[in-house]
Design a protein around this ligand. Structure first.
Ligand SMILES: [Mg+2]
Length: 316
């Protein structure tokens, strides 16, 4: 791209850069950003790449892409109990089109403000639409929620409701008048940052649900050296999902649809009472769905468990 195009792009991202610069000694504009991690904290880092036509429909509105990418990426910080601080963006675009860049930059800035992250660097290239977002957060040394801390007997919980994102995508692709509540869940998932922070004193292990409950709980089980039993009758389903789909389809997406970016976490029995008291006033509901067990593998009980555990669902 010509220099003028880079300048054009920089203009659209300037508002994501300022105003949220905690710990930013030097932001965008030099060869590197210079960042200060507060004393006693560890840096939590994660990167996600989204490709047009693979992770979102090719004609998806740019503002939607920005919000979704941000939430997907920040969800990994939530899963670690980390507090978001900084963001870097590598953006590949077919052309420096202001009609695309303006709403994308605006939505990214709004999202960055909502989550309290500052854009501290980036790169732009010409090519098929692809974006890589890297997030950086802080967590007090030794307090991060990891996948490997679960033990047999720990209760398994999930936040929010499951299956809505894939239902939203199905609505977008196959329904003339898609249900707004489900479409919002696909395009505007919420990274459960506040919940992740609240879980730090209680959870033994945590993961965010990007690939589907069965797959992601499986990762947690593997790293923790445990199996688990979950009851599909307990999976939290939204009213929008229940009213638009048969129960079997709803449970299938809840079990293996993915992209909901809810948290799945475990709490040891001796901390359950304190955890339930602490989370009673929390805005995001948490639902117990099962228990970790010493026997390897995942055992599912409840109606339609067999259907719900079948493979993921991907269009495009
Ligand atoms: Mg993750």
């Amino acid at each position: 791209m010509a220099l003028s195009e880079f300048e054009l792009i920089e203009r659209y991202f300037a508002s994501s850069a300022d105003a949220h610069g905690r710990g930013v000694a030097l932001g965008i504009g030099d060869d590197c950003a210079l960042l200060e991690v507060p004393a006693g904290q560890q840096l939590a880092v994660s990167i996600d790449t989204l490709v047009s036509g693979v992770h979102f429909p090719a004609d998806a509105p740019p503002a939607r892409i920005a919000r979704r990418a941000l939430a997907a990426c920040l969800s990994d910080l939530a899963a670690m109990g980390a507090e978001p601080a900084w963001l870097t963006l590598a953006l590949t675009l077919p052309a420096a089109d202001p009609a695309w860049l303006e709403p994308f930059g605006k939505a990214l800035a709004e999202g960055a403000a909502d989550y309290g992250v500052a854009l501290v660097g980036g790169d732009t290239t010409r090519g098929p639409l692809t974006l890589s977002l890297q997030v950086h957060g802080w967590v007090p040394r030794g307090e991060a929620l990891r996948r490997d801390g679960g033990r047999p007997g720990d209760a398994v919980f999930v936040t929010g409701t499951l299956g809505d994102a894939m239902a939203g995508l199905d609505q977008l692709l196959h329904v003339a008048e898609p249900a707004p509540a489900l479409v919002e869940r696909f395009y505007r998932p919420q990274a459960r940052i506040a919940t992740g922070l609240a879980l730090r004193p209680y959870a033994s292990a945590a993961i965010d649900i990007s690939d589907g409950l069965v797959a992601d709980l499986g990762h947690l089980m593997d790293r923790s050296g445990c199996g688990a039993r979950i009851d599909f009758e307990c999976l939290p389903l939204s009213e929008a999902l229940r009213s638009n789909y048969a129960k079997q389809q709803a449970l299938s997406w809840a079990g293996s649809g993915g992209e909901d970016f809810e948290l799945c976490f475990t709490v040891p029995p001796e901390r359950l009472a304190a955890f339930e008291a602490a989370l009673a006033e929390h805005t995001v509901p948490v639902t117990r769905i099962g228990t970790l067990e010493s026997q390897p593998g995942l055992r599912m009980t409840g109606a339609d468990a067999d259907v719900a555990s079948r493979g993921g669902y991907r269009h495009f």
